[in-house]
Design a protein around this ligand. Structure first.
Ligand code: SF4
Ligand code: SF4
Length: 145
């Protein structure tokens, strides 16, 4: 996947986690091109939108992304190939508070059905990553990962 060819990033976050998380660290990771965003060219002005999975089991994600695809096509003539989804770390990573989303494979299946390219991880805390590698999951910064 060539990220320089993408125009539109969709950051998908856990609906449960977002009940208490502002998403600050996801946004900062994108802004600073760290964690899951390290491969995105800094000079490129991406358009970014945030959405949650819609709640367990995540099925609403398919409808949300299908709507986005349709709107981009209808209003801008843009193809789905211009979009990339980034699954947030609280969905993809094990951590002190919770294991990864129990429906992660299902979310991946839904994403494949939309035909939209997707990637995993957003915020990766150095501290949490170290503890993850040590088998201890705790990070006081990001509410989850
Ligand atoms: S990765 Fe962190 S900042 Fe992003 S939505 Fe999940 S808990 Fe919030
Ligand atoms: S399906 Fe996964 S990502 Fe969505 S609310 Fe449930 S646990 Fe969170």
């Amino acid at each position: 996947m060539d990220l320089a060819e993408k125009d539109y990033i969709v950051i998908v976050q856990c609906d449960i986690v977002k009940q208490r998380c502002s998403g600050y660290f996801c946004e900062r990771s994108f802004s600073q091109r760290t964690g899951g965003f390290a491969a995105y060219p800094r000079e490129r002005a991406y358009r970014v939108t945030y959405m949650t999975c819609g709640g367990c089991c995540g099925r609403a994600l398919h409808r949300k992304l299908t709507h986005l695809k349709r709107m981009l096509k209808k209003h801008e003539g843009a193809d789905k190939d211009r979009i990339v989804v980034q699954l947030s770390s609280c969905i993809t990573q094990d951590n002190y508070h919770a294991p990864p989303c129990p429906h992660l494979d299902y979310l991946r299946t839904l994403l494949k059905k939309t035909g939209i390219d997707f990637r995993e991880d957003t915020r990766i805390s150095d501290k949490a990553q170290k503890r993850r590698e040590e088998g201890v999951y705790k990070c006081e910064e990001c509410p989850e990962p």
